[in-house]
Design a protein around this ligand. Structure first.
Ligand code: MG
Length: 230
């Protein structure tokens, strides 16, 4: 019998693209809450980072650590409000094969699915909603659990234990994502890492981080299933 597997998916660049609504919402919230306006907000690399980390990276240097900290909760709340207004269902585009892959994994005996994402949980759920993917992911670890992406895999594994009533460890945990941080963040737990080059990070750059498997996309669902389940 195949070992039980816990498969943890990143969202942006991995399952879907949500267009520019998230970036625009962050910038609007930062402008309102901190009075912060900078051109580099349009080019700053958000990939593989948590939402609180993105806010800090953008504003801390300009507004100071104390003020950044003091208003962080408010900024994140305003971001979510902006995002719920700006995100249209049509803006959410599934990556090729992603919905089919998640469906096939969810139907596979012994496979449990969770999220591992820097999004605040409410933002994550908003992005997955138009693709009807929320029921596939009953638990996860989010940017609302920790600002440090590298602490999230352990949180996800603990949630999986609570939800599924079993332990997952080592290569029975699979982290699937499009950024170098997705590849690196599970390393301390010795997880299986599957990188997919459907986000802003090139396949070459992902390959440099030594994932267990590197996929161009999930377009070939059968091959992606094999890559993930090993
Ligand atoms: Mg991503």
């Amino acid at each position: 019998m195949m070992a039980e597997k816990l498969v943890l998916f990143d969202i942006d660049g991995t399952l879907l693209s949500a267009g520019r609504a998230a970036r625009e919402s962050v910038l609007a919230a930062l402008s309102e809450v901190y009075g912060w306006k900078h051109a580099n907000g349009n080019s700053h690399d958000f990939s593989g980072k948590t939402d609180p980390q993105i806010v800090r990276e953008l504003v801390e240097k300009d507004v100071g650590r104390g003020r950044c900290e003091e208003l962080l909760e408010l900024a994140l709340e305003r971001y979510l409000e902006e995002f719920s207004r700006r995100l249209t269902p049509e803006a959410v585009v599934a990556k090729p094969g992603a919905v089919e892959l998640v469906g096939a994994l969810a139907e596979t005996p012994g496979v449990s699915l969770g999220l591992l994402t820097g999004n605040l949980e409410r933002g994550a759920r908003m992005k997955l909603q138009p693709l009807s993917l929320n029921p596939r992911f009953p638990f996860g670890a989010f940017g609302s659990d920790s600002e440090d992406r590298y602490l999230l895999p352990a949180i996800a594994v603990e949630r999986a234990r609570a939800h599924c009533g079993r332990e997952f460890a080592g290569k029975d945990v699979v982290v699937v994502g499009d950024s170098i941080h997705d590849v690196l963040c599970g390393r301390s737990l010795g997880v299986r890492s599957v990188a997919v080059a459907t986000g802003p990070t090139t396949a070459d750059r992902l390959a440099e981080q030594g994932p267990d498997v590197l996929l161009a996309s999930f377009a070939e669902v059968g091959a992606a299933m094999e890559a993930i389940l090993g």
